[in-house]
Design a protein around this ligand. Structure first.
Ligand code: 13P
Length: 255
C-alpha cells in the first residue's frame, strides 16, 4: 500500500512574509488529514524559518536542490547536513529546470541522490521528456534512460526510500496536463522498469508522483490512476486554497 504524497515545489517564488503566511494557512486548512503525506519545498533561504513555523505539524519540509559534497570550496552550494541542520526532510533532485537551465546531468543527479540517501533525507528525483521527444515517439526511451542514469548503483533499500516524480516538460507551467491515460502509461512503464532493475516488490513500494499543471480540478482523476501515487505541484502550490484542494482530492481517494 503506497500512501499518496503531495509536495509543493515553490520554485523561486514568495518572500519571507508570504511564505510564512502560506505555511500557516496550510497548517490550518490541512489539519485532520492524515491519509496523505504533504510537504512544501520553499526557496532554501526560508527553510530554517519555515521549519520553526512548521514545528509539531505533519507537513514536511523539502529543499529544491542540494550539492553532493559534504563541505568545502563549492561557492553558492549547500550540503545535505546543512539542509538537515535547518529542519529539512526532503530534497527535490534533477528537476527539469535544473537539467535545462543549469545543465544537470543524470550522472550529477545520481551523485546527489547517493549523498541525500546516505544522509537519511528523502529524495524526490524528477524525470520527464520534452515535447520534441514525445512527438518523436521517444518518451519511453528518454524516461527509461533518465531512470537508469539517475538511479544507477542504488540498493533495493535505497530505491524503496526514493520518490520519483514524472514531470513531462511540456506540461510544466503550461496549463497543459498530461491526460490521466498518458501519465498512467508512463508511470506503469517506470514501475515495470524498476521491477527489472531492482525487484517486483521494490517496484511496488516506490512512490511515483506526477507533476505538470496539477490543479484542483484534474488532481482527482490523475491521482485515481493505479500507478500515480502523488503529485509534485508548482503553480497551484503557491496559494493555500488551490494546494489544499489538491490535498483534499488526494485524501478522498481510496486505492
Ligand atoms: P506546474 O505545476 O506549475 O506546472 O509545475 C510543475 C513542476 O515543475 C513541479 O515541480
Amino acid at each position: 500500500m503506497r500512501k499518496i504524497f503531495i509536495a509543493g515545489n515553490w520554485k523561486m517564488n514568495l518572500l519571507k512574509s508570504s511564505a510564512t503566511a502560506l505555511v500557516q494557512q496550510l497548517m490550518d486548512s490541512l489539519k485532520g488529514i492524515s491519509n496523505v503525506d504533504v510537504a512544501v519545498c520553499p526557496p532554501s533561504v526560508y527553510l530554517g524559518d519555515l521549519a520553526a513555523t512548521l514545528r509539531g505539524s505533519a507537513i514536511g519540509l523539502g529543499a529544491q536542490n542540494v550539492y553532493s559534497k559534504p563541505d568545502g570550496a563549492y561557492t553558492g552550494e549547500l550540503s545535505c547536513a546543512m539542509l538537515q541542520d535547518v529542519g529539512c526532510q526532503y530534497v527535490i533532485l534533477g528537476h527539469s529546470e535544473r537539467r535545462a537551465i543549469f545543465g544537470e546531468t543524470d550522472a550529477l543527479v545520481n551523485e546527489k541522490l547517493k549523498a541525500v540517501l546516505a544522509a537519511g533525507l528523502t529524495p524526490i528525483v524528477c524525470i520527464g521528456e520534452t515535447l520534441e521527444e514525445r512527438e518523436a515517439g521517444r518518451t519511453t526511451d528518454v524516461v527509461r534512460g533518465q531512470c537508469r542514469g539517475s538511479l544507477a548503483g542504488l540498493t533495493e533499500e535505497q530505491m524503496k526510500k526514493t520518490v520519483l516524480a514524472y514531470e513531462p516538460v511540456w506540461a510544466i507551467g503550461t496549463g497543459k496536463t498530461a491526460t490521466p491515460a498518458q501519465a498512467e502509461e508512463v508511470h506503469a512503464d517506470i514501475r515495470a522498469l524498476l521491477s527489472t532493475l531492482f525487484s517486483p516488490s521494490t517496484a511496488e513500494h516506490v512512490i511515483i508522483q506526477y507533476g505538470g499543471s496539477v490543479k484542483a480540478d484534474n488532481a482527482l482523476e490523475l491521482l485515481g490512476q493505479p500507478n500515480i501515487d502523488g503529485a509534485l505541484v508548482g503553480g497551484a502550490s503557491l496559494k493555500s486554497d488551490s494546494f489544499t484542494a489538491i490535498v483534499q482530492a488526494a485524501a478522498a481517494i481510496k486505492k
